[in-house]
Design a protein around this ligand. Sequence first.
Ligand code: NAP
Length: 173
Amino acid sequence: MMHPIYMIVAVDEHLGIGKAGHLPWKLRKEYKYFRDTTRKTEDSNKQNMVIMGHRTWDSLEPEFRPLPNRRNVVLTRHADLAVDGAEVCNSLDKAIALADEKTEKIFVLGGGQIFKEFINDPRLTGIYLTKVHQTFDCDTFFPEIPATFGQPKKIGSDEENGISYDFLFYGFI
Ligand SMILES: NC(=O)c1ccc[n+]([C@@H]2O[C@H](COP(=O)([O-])OP(=O)(O)OC[C@H]3O[C@@H](n4cnc5c(N)ncnc54)[C@H](OP(=O)(O)O)[C@@H]3O)[C@@H](O)[C@H]2O)c1
């Protein structure tokens, strides 16, 4: 069964996405955009699936996970890992294969390792990328975006705490 697969990410001016296991910034409205985009379905009988690396799962506050109204899948190579409220998989292919007729879209949430492993995969439909117009001290980065995606489309923009950002989309909706 084929489902569209999107990445969704917020990057700084140098493609930085994380620092010491957390987001480098706190942008409330950007998080709301992430939440709305990953939850929204055309068909109210379906849900989206979100796939994330073990470290990204760990970075979520325990009271905010699993991400509600989405099917949560966590990638780990530790077969015995139990994660409350999420399914566990030891490969991206197996995680994608979990999507069924109740799944509308798949969102790959990161982090750095997972984005790097999937960025050149031909199954990647598009990338929702928020460009934060500032440079933060980061230790984790988003990979280079393949030239085949061409120029992104600007979906919108916002600003908070003196930080401006653009909502971009790479690919064909
Ligand atoms: N700005 C953003 O939009 C954004 C989005 C997401 C995350 N982040 C940030 O990114 C950072 C986390 O990224 P990260 O690169 O350190 O870690 P990550 O990609 O979230 O998770 C890495 C872990 O995933 C598992 N894994 C990786 N590849 C796998 C595979 N092919 N099969 C099965 N399991 C696999 C391993 O878990 P085990 O060790 O359990 O085997 C590995 O340690 C944090 O700072 C987070 O806040 C930012």
